[in-house]
Design a binder for this molecule. Structure first.
Ligand code: 13P
Length: 251
């Protein structure tokens, strides 16, 4: 059985004061057994969050990391090895905001994914189609290409130590959620693509859904057979709402 994972992506939100408040809220949550919980604060706050959540079973991850695994001359970047040293366990790779607004392409993302794994940091590969691509009937083609890029470069075995998050771009921050069936259809296709390479890897890899997940719609989404949890944006900035989403994954 795959253990669900619920992860909060705080994106570029927070001040020292609001982060302290959020940490306090997270510390007070009753988290369900049988569910892994993680948060991805802005890099600036990673130390604060790791210290603040000591003793609480919440993994801290980074939203981005460098293409090179080890520290060195690469201005403005943070090495996966430095994130591991700080106590991070996960890193997002290829969030659509970075693909679209910063122009990160598959070749760069392949390097980031490999560099993270080389240091023992688990990548969460984010993939998803735009509204235009969905309307053109290209969803599975786009998502398949994004996933295929890593499989071609690193092999399906790379997903023994990775997580995949399906985040339709049109559902991110819009209040529009994919229906459980729409999400399930894409998740099933992702798993089938991996299964064609390695059935065991496909069976065990966790596939998260992201895009306007809230406490009110989480249980229905997490109830689908190939949805193993969620990557939560806006709703993860409210500890109580985030806690309710974590509990939905435990039921
Ligand atoms: P929202 O939950 O705010 O739609 O964001 C989803 C997301 O992008 C998580 O990475």
């Amino acid at each position: 059985m795959r253990r669900p994972l619920v992860a909060g992506n705080w994106k570029m939100h927070g001040t020292r004061a609001s982060v302290a408040e959020l940490i306090e809220g997270l510390r007070n949550l009753a988290l369900p057994g049988g569910v892994d919980v993680a948060v991805f604060p802005p890099c600036l706050f990673i130390n604060q969050v790791i210290e603040g959540l000591q003793g609480k079973a919440i993994t801290v991850g980074a939203q981005n990391s460098a293409v090179e695994p080890m520290q060195g001359a690469l201005t403005g970047e943070i090495a996966p090895s430095q994130l591991v040293d700080a106590g991070c366990g996960l890193v997002l790779v290829g969030h659509s905001e970075r693909r679209q607004l910063i122009g990160e392409r598959d070749e760069v993302l392949n390097r980031k994914f490999a560099a993270a794994q080389a240091c023992g940091l688990k990548p969460v590969l984010c993939i998803g189609e735009t509204l235009e691509q969905r309307e053109a009937g290209k969803t599975l083609e786009v998502v398949g290409r994004q996933l295929g890029s890593i499989i071609e470069e690193l092999g399906a075995g790379a997903f023994v130590n990775a997580v995949i998050a399906y985040e339709p771009v049109w559902a991110i921050g819009t209040g529009l959620t994919a229906t459980p069936q729409q999400a399930q259809d894409v998740h099933a296709a992702i798993r089938a693509q991996l299964a064609a390479e390695n059935a065991e890897v496909a069976r065990n890899v966790r596939l998260l859904y992201g895009g306007s997940v809230k406490a009110a719609n989480a249980a229905e989404l997490f109830g689908m057979p190939d949805i193993d949890g969620g990557l939560i944006g806006g709703a993860s900035l409210n500890a109580d709402e985030f806690g309710a989403i974590c509990r939905a994954a435990g039921n």
